[in-house]
Design a protein around this ligand. Structure first.
Ligand code: AHR
Length: 503
């Protein structure tokens, strides 16, 4: 049995919990859009062809901003193809995923679908094969009310009110050699700066995300952020981080410690951005948009996901359809803890992706939709994390990992809403074998009781939800959580994630 202690005090503030941290991502990739959110003819499809069962699950998941339409896809995308009468939209080859894009679902459909799920639109611009003019055209089309050719075209296409998009990604993963239009940090930084200045001349309300590294293990990591920001610091609001984690070679101990890597990634990017701030004598602070993060088994599915051949461009093939286990859910819960621990600088984030493609929600064509294990930590954290993120002064034993060195067995963060008096604590036990007893000093909260305590764990950490067994894994009530005076105690199973709500 492991013992750990932490303290929850509303004075230990990290920063406000931004709703945008609970964003997600819809890319034209595999079956995320087609057969995922859009399936005319499905028994639950509404008049626009959107699956109502998926809309219901997305609402339950509690996503805020949704990034669209890519991803790697965006670097070959012509946005004009995706608007106007459907029968006139061209069918294109998508080089990123070697697929056929019919454009049956485009910008207007996405906007309408977002209205139904209650999300905020975040668009990525193609800076891979396109440039300033096309970016300006899209912002004019999306954000100007009327009276210009493109704004009036949008109105004629059925959308009277502007989409009013605030968050724009200046391309996608431009540091990656796989990306169409990949270039050096300095070259990309100059382009991002030029495009940003032009967009702000059109709409000063835009919030611009410049591409950071595709992951912290890229050979250019660190230098890329510095070079890009040296060119574009004054012109942008956010720098992006992307990170995907997987269990390598059965090393569950390292995999469970993935949030430690995310912590270090965030802190390094913050340090780099602040270094550029100092060099430029700037008053402005750049925040992080962690706009792709998740568990993704890139090794396991590599051969399954490979599509090749000049005559072989399938429509909406099954790609990146990772099946998630209990251990994966514990890691996703841990990654959410990492994001909240950095709430002062990570003010936007997107779980990649939303449906079918490395996703918390799965669907079958003509069949059901169901929740993967990773659905639960996201939905619970999104619902409970309100107000301000709090540092919890954790005292925890450590363990040795192959990939990340010595790391704490437990990790935790809390949130506190001064208006409602509601507090939530999120805690993960990474031990492979030991239960953990956690003693939490809550003197700073006054008189509170446990409103709910839910844990994700299982005798079988590989257990998953499937088409055949969609409800095999679900969070369960943790009856060990109790308050005695100014102390909250809870017992956490090995390999588990827990959320406790106090009020
Ligand atoms: O989310 C899947 C892919 O991962 C995205 O298209 C790309 O941006 C990243 O490499």
């Amino acid at each position: 049995m492991i013992s750990a202690r932490l303290t929850i005090d509303p004075h230990f503030q990290v920063g406000p919990v931004h709703r945008r941290v609970f964003g997600s991502f819809v890319e034209h990739l595999g079956r995320c859009v087609y057969d995922g959110i859009y399936e005319p003819g499905h028994p639950t499809a509404d008049e626009e062809g959107f699956r109502q069962d998926v809309i219901d699950l997305v609402r339950e998941l509690g996503v805020s901003t949704v990034r669209y339409p890519g991803g790697n896809f965006v670097s070959g995308f012509r946005w004009e193809d995706s608007v106007g009468p459907r029968e006139e939209r061209p069918t294109r080859l998508d080089l990123a995923w070697h697929s056929t894009e019919t454009n049956a679902f485009g910008l207007h459909e996405f906007g309408s679908w977002l209205d139904k799920v209650g999300g905020e639109m975040m668009l990525a611009l193609n800076l891979g094969t396109r440039g300033t003019l096309e970016a300006l055209d899209l912002v004019e089309y999306a954000n100007v009310t009327s009276g210009s050719a493109l704004a009036d075209q949008r109105v004629a296409n059925g959308r009277t009110a502007p989409f009013d998009v605030r968050m724009w990604c200046l391309g996608n993963e431009m540091d990656g050699p796989w990306q169409l239009g990949h270039r050096s940090g300095t070259d990309y930084g100059k382009l991002a700066s030029q495009v940003s200045k032009a967009l702000r001349q059109l709409d000063e309300r835009v919030e611009l995300v410049v591409c950071g590294s595709s992951n912290a293990h890229m050979p250019t990591f660190g230098a890329w952020e510095r070079d890009v920001l040296m060119e574009a610091y004054d012109d942008v609001d956010y720098i992006s981080c992307h990170a995907y984690y997987q269990e390598h070679d059965g090393d569950l101990g390292s995999f469970l410690a993935s949030p430690v890597d995310m912590d270090r990634f965030i802190e390094t990017v913050v340090a780099t951005a602040d270094h550029v701030k100092a060099v430029k004598r700037s008053d402005k602070t750049i925040d992080i948009s962690f706009d792709e993060w998740n568990v993704w088994y890139q090794d396991r599915y590599r051969n399954v996901d490979k599509i090749e051949g000049i005559e072989n461009w399938p429509q909406a093939p099954r790609l990146l359809e990772d099946l998630y286990s209990v251990a994966d859910a514990v890691v996703v819960g841990g990654l959410l803890i990492s994001l909240l621990k950095h709430a002062d600088r990570v003010t936007a984030a997107s779980l990649a992706q939303l449906v079918n493609v490395i996703a918390p929600i799965m669907t079958e064509p003509g069949g059901p939709a169901w929740r993967q294990t990773t659905f639960f930590p996201f939905a619970i954290t999104s619902a409970l994390a309100q107000g301000t993120a709090l540092e919890v002064k954790l005292e925890s034993p450590t363990y040795a990992t192959e990939r990340y060195g010595e790391v704490p067995q437990l990790d935790a963060v809390a949130t506190h809403d001064a208006e409602t008096g509601r507090t939530a604590v999120f805690v993960v036990n990474r031990s492979l074998t030991e239960e953990a007893t956690v003693t939490i000093d809550i003197a700073g909260l006054g008189d509170v009781t446990v409103q709910s305590a839910r844990t994700i764990s299982d005798e079988d950490v590989t257990a998953a939800n499937t088409l055949e067994q969609p409800d095999r894994v679900a969070p369960h009530d943790n009856a060990t959580a109790s308050v005695d005076g100014s102390t909250l105690t809870v017992t956490l199973p090995s390999v588990s994630w827990t959320a406790i709500e106090l009020g």
